[in-house]
Design a protein around this ligand. Structure first.
Ligand SMILES: CC(=O)N[C@H]1[C@@H](OP(=O)(O)OP(=O)(O)OC[C@H]2O[C@@H](n3ccc(=O)[nH]c3=O)[C@H](O)[C@@H]2O)O[C@H](CO)[C@@H](O)[C@@H]1O
Length: 371
């Protein structure tokens, strides 16, 4: 099968697309892949590293309020649709998959106009603007949560699949995760992983920098701290030479499934792909939802896990080195609380998601007579 993938801006849209690509490859070597993204999105870095040929189009997102900038957005959309059509005609895919982020708009729309089967995947309960727009053109809309159907009333076919990234992390090797961090095989000290979403988060960085002396004073666990690529230099300067003891500092982690599998507690934003990952692994978490997202959807994500007893939530306005350290210590010092959170998280996991979505793809493509 020839598969064209698109999705981007942030990791939460890119990794589900890559997880589908890997599931297809796991089932058969007989697939050709190509990915369309933007030059500025994280996909320009992540996708070539995943070994998938990468092409760019130039698009920008819509502003929700009236703005002249939206005129430029429409112009770019029209140009990007034209370029997408040329790229699609030259690659000749059997199916086009979009996983959200504004780059999907022109690509999936162009595929629809060319009569190529299309599937879009939504990671969040409340969909993004692009997927809402595309729902009326896509042949299949795959959603991660019950509750999303109300936003996709115009979809021709809606299926519940979960987030394919869940399957990828569920199969990841814990041992590889530890060794990739430079931790010796016979060292059993647990890992607390601190991340600020796929781009890093300044408020989380500030809290961790102020927490660093306390992390270094204890010897009960490692803190693996991911700053986000753009913040790394700044954070390293503030921290000085502390890395390599109990505090392991990284700009970005490319083998996140393995590192997650090796962790005992995760501190993170509450993006939808992160949630799919921690529930697939049954990982206790402390979630600090980003307040800068549409409809405050990350807080809704985080509260959903908190309600089931799987996570603790710190709102950004309550975040400080003190609150974060207190929550981390509480979870790490009480094995029974950690175990209860682990079990609650595991109940919500959907490790079969990639298989389900690939079955939908097969159905879609076979219906059009491609084998
Ligand atoms: C600010 C913003 O708009 N955030 C949105 C974005 O977030 P963002 O991309 O941060 O969201 P997620 O937390 O859902 O996904 C991050 C992904 O990046 C991976 N990762 C992260 C850091 C790292 O060093 N290495 C790595 O591989 C994670 O494992 C995960 O797969 O998309 C999500 C899914 O549509 C939304 O729910 C979020 O609200």
């Amino acid at each position: 099968m020839r598969v064209l993938l698109t999705g981007g801006g942030t990791g939460g849209h890119i990794y589900p697309a890559l997880a589908m690509a890997r599931e297809l490859e796991r089932r058969s070597r007989d697939h050709e892949m190509c990915y369309i993204g933007t030059e500025e999105g994280l996909e320009a870095d992540i996708v070539p590293k995943a070994g998938i040929p990468f092409e760019c189009v130039n698009v920008q997102g819509f502003r929700r309020q009236l703005s002249w900038d939206n005129v430029r957005t429409v112009k770019k959309f029209v140009q990007a649709t034209r370029r997408s059509k040329r790229l699609i005609q030259s690659f000749a895919p059997d199916v086009v998959i979009g996983t959200g982020g504004y780059v999907c708009g022109p690509v999936v729309y162009a595929a629809h106009k060319l009569g190529i089967p299309t599937l879009i995947h939504e990671q969040n309960v409340i969909p993004g603007l692009t997927n809402k727009f595309l729902a009326r053109y896509a042949d299949v809309v795959a959603v991660s949560f019950e509750g999303s159907e109300q936003y996709f009333k115009r979809a021709a076919c809606l299926v519940h699949t979960g987030n394919p990234r869940a399957s990828e992390v569920a199969a990841a090797s814990k041992v590889n995760g530890r060794t990739s961090l430079g931790i010796a095989k016979d060292d059993t000290k647990p890992i607390v992983l601190v991340v600020g979403g796929s781009r890093g988060a300044r408020p989380i960085n500030e809290a961790v920098v102020h927490m660093a002396p306390r992390i270094l004073e204890q010897d009960a666990f490692y803190v693996v701290y991911v700053t986000g690529n753009v913040h790394y230099e700044d954070v390293s300067r503030q921290l000085g030479d502390v890395s390599s003891r109990q505090l392991i500092v990284k700009p970005y982690i490319y083998n996140m499934p393995e590192v997650l599998a090796a962790s005992s507690l995760v501190v993170n934003r509450a993006g939808a792909s992160t949630l799919a990952e921690i529930t697939a692994l049954g990982l206790p978490s402390i979630l600090i939802p980003s307040p800068y997202v549409t409809n405050n959807h990350q807080e809704a994500n985080a509260r959903w896990l908190e309600k089931q007893g799987a996570a603790r939530v710190i709102l950004e306005r309550e975040l400080s080195a003190d609150t974060l350290w207190r929550e981390i210590r509480e979870v790490m010092e009480h094995q029974s609380r950690r175990e209860a959170m682990r079990q609650a998280a595991a109940k919500l996991g959907q490790p079969q998601a990639a298989g389900r979505i690939v079955e939908e793809l097969d159905k879609l493509v076979n219906k059009r007579g491609v084998h």
